[in-house]
Design a protein around this ligand. Structure first.
Ligand code: URA
Length: 215
């Protein structure tokens, strides 16, 4: 995996050419941000939608507006954090990304994370959560921090888009963002949850961040 980039822009431009994602042929463009976060906070969504595909930027549609509100509710702006996606291209008709599509963007996301060296990872929804805490369910894990073998805490969060279809989850997301703020304010020391024993990650020895994120 190539990782010797000077800037995130350079990294994204490299992987936009060097990837095997089948969506590349049908999407308008890859979707990514190019400014590393001053806060070290990284959110990871599922895959771009229509607006993101047109603008080339993650979370700029309805789910993105709600994400911005949630961030503001805990004192952050969108510029303070970094937002990425498990898959960099829009799946047609906004369908869920397939395993093959997620796998073909995996190296790209890994390289991105190695470049940024996040302080905390916040997967938004099932697809991103499974990538970092395999075997755990988002419905039982949202609002909780997990230990990742890289040493980077993973804070599970529902995807903001769920609140657009299920208004009850709007309040759940607001509460989980308040828990995230408590977690950050307490230096990330609140009740860390171990990754389930049955997963591949928990069996691996804690190694170098680069090795682990590239799994
Ligand atoms: N949903 C996502 O998962 N990612 C985006 O960029 C937009 C909506």
């Amino acid at each position: 995996m190539k990782t010797d980039f000077q800037t995130l822009k350079e990294l994204h431009e490299y992987y936009a050419v060097n990837n095997r994602c089948g969506l590349r042929k049908i999407a308008t463009q890859p979707v990514y941000e190019i400014i590393p976060p001053t806060s070290g906070i990284v959110f990871i969504g599922e895959a771009p939608g229509k607006n993101e595909d047109l603008q080339g930027k993650p979370f700029v549609g309805a789910a993105g507006k709600f994400l911005n509100q949630l961030l503001e509710s805990i004192g952050f702006t969108r510029e303070d954090v970094y937002v990425s996606n498990t898959v960099k291209y829009r799946p047609p008709e906004n369908r869920e990304p397939t395993d093959e599509e997620k796998n073909s963007c995996r190296v790209w996301l890994n390289a991105e994370l190695m470049f940024i060296k996040p302080k905390i990872l916040i997967p938004l929804g099932r697809h991103a959560f499974e990538r970092f805490v395999p075997g755990a369910k988002i419905s039982a894990s949202h609002g909780l921090p997990f230990e990742h073998p890289s040493g980077i805490p993973v804070f599970a969060m529902y995807h903001p888009a769920v609140a657009l279809y299920n208004p009850n989850l709007r309040d759940v997301l607001k509460e989980d963002f308040a828990k995230l703020k408590d977690y950050l304010d307490n230096g990330g020391e609140l009740n860390k949850n171990e990754i389930p024993e049955s997963t591949a990650f928990s069996k691996s020895k804690k190694k170098d961040i680069d090795d682990i994120l590239s799994m």
